[in-house]
Design a protein around this ligand. Structure first.
Ligand SMILES: NC(=O)c1ccc[n+]([C@@H]2O[C@H](COP(=O)([O-])OP(=O)(O)OC[C@H]3O[C@@H](n4cnc5c(N)ncnc54)[C@H](OP(=O)(O)O)[C@@H]3O)[C@@H](O)[C@H]2O)c1
Length: 295
């Protein structure tokens, strides 16, 4: 399993977003194609471009990005590597959370800023309409309804096909859905990081896709349970973590991120790893303190 195989993202099955965008359930997160700290150009641009192109060869047809990755760098590299885009490729970008410096984030989800951010993404991605535009995170200094209403207006103007949310609570999703249909939610979530469990259930009940970020608990050391399952199936811990997510709910669409072709191939190969129920249950029973309470 850990060796490179020609298993493609198609082995993960499909999920349909917003009733009209059907994609393979294993996607790709393009945050890591930038420089260190998600800042500036990548140290090896050729490797970043090759990773994006290899993702398409491996049947990945959902790429996640954001205006703030770089900033601008991730979206520009996606266009440079892949434009004109292959039929069926869905690019999900985001706005409302800015990157003022390496490893720094600033909220800015005012209606005015979101409209400007969207224009920038359209230009960099060379698109007339963004298939999935995600509010990157609610902004405490701005009414959440005002941010979502701004995205609903941009959708009415034809610049956004579907509106989505990231880093939200279930209450946010419910409030947003009173304004505009929400097609996906992107929160940190993994077998070891289950704070969004009930949002996953809510998404499954309401046919909303759920894109977990940091599928291995954001680089925290893989624990004994996952090491054990990985060695049993001759897979890597990350492959097992991805397979757990794919089994957790049919609406889950993992977006593992990497800037390396070899890592991408390894991650996509997880699409072919069907975890038996006993192994899935063993990992589901792992109980970690909520990530927000960890040191
Ligand atoms: N909505 C949000 O707020 C939010 C926040 C964070 C991320 N995201 C999205 O979610 C995606 C995934 O999150 P993430 O990139 O933080 O976390 P991740 O996918 O869990 O991990 C990425 C890290 O793991 C390494 N890695 C990936 N595959 C590997 C492999 N097979 N073997 C060894 N190391 C591997 C990468 O390094 P290499 O580059 O060396 O492979 C990178 O350092 C991002 O790309 C982004 O699109 C969204």
């Amino acid at each position: 399993m850990s060796e490179t195989q020609t298993i493609t993202a198609a082995a993960s099955g499909t999920v349909t977003l917003g009733g009209d965008l059907t994609v393979n359930r294993l996607g790709y997160g393009a945050m890591r194609v930038t420089g260190p700290g998600i800042w500036g150009p990548p140290p090896n641009k050729a490797a970043s471009l090759a990773t994006l192109r290899r993702a398409i060869e491996l049947d990945v047809n959902l790429i996640d990005t954001a205006d703030s990755y770089g900033p601008a760098v991730s979206e520009e590299l996606i266009a440079e590597a892949l434009y004109p885009y292959p039929a069926g490729l869905v690019i999900a970008t985001k706005g409302g959370w800015e990157r003022p410096g390496p490893n720094q984030w600033t909220h800015n989800a005012s209606p005015k800023h979101l409209a400007q951010a969207l224009e920038g993404s359209l230009k960099r991605l060379r698109l007339d309409r963004i298939d999935i535009y995600q509010l990157h995170a609610p902004d405490n200094a701005v009414s959440f309804e005002a941010s979502v209403e701004a995205l609903a207006t941009l959708r009415e103007q034809g610049k956004i096909r579907h509106v989505a949310l990231s880093n939200v609570t279930r209450e946010h999703v419910e409030r947003a859905r009173r304004i505009v249909p929400i097609v996906s939610v992107q929160n940190r979530y993994s077998f070891a990081d289950r704070e969004s469990d009930f949002i996953v259930d809510y998404c499954a009940e309401n046919s909303i896709a759920f894109m977990p970020w940091a599928p291995l608990g954001q680089g925290r050391k893989a624990d004994v349970a996952i090491e054990k399952v990985a060695s049993e199936f001759k897979a890597t811990p990350l492959q097992v973590a991805l397979a757990w997510l794919l089994k957790r709910a049919k609406v889950i669409l993992p977006i593992p991120g990497t800037s390396s072709v070899a890592h991408l191939e390894e991650n996509v190969a997880a699409a072919g790893l069907e975890l038996p129920q006993a192994a899935y249950d063993e990992l589901s029973a792992v109980s970690h303190p909520p990530a927000s309470l960890r040191g």
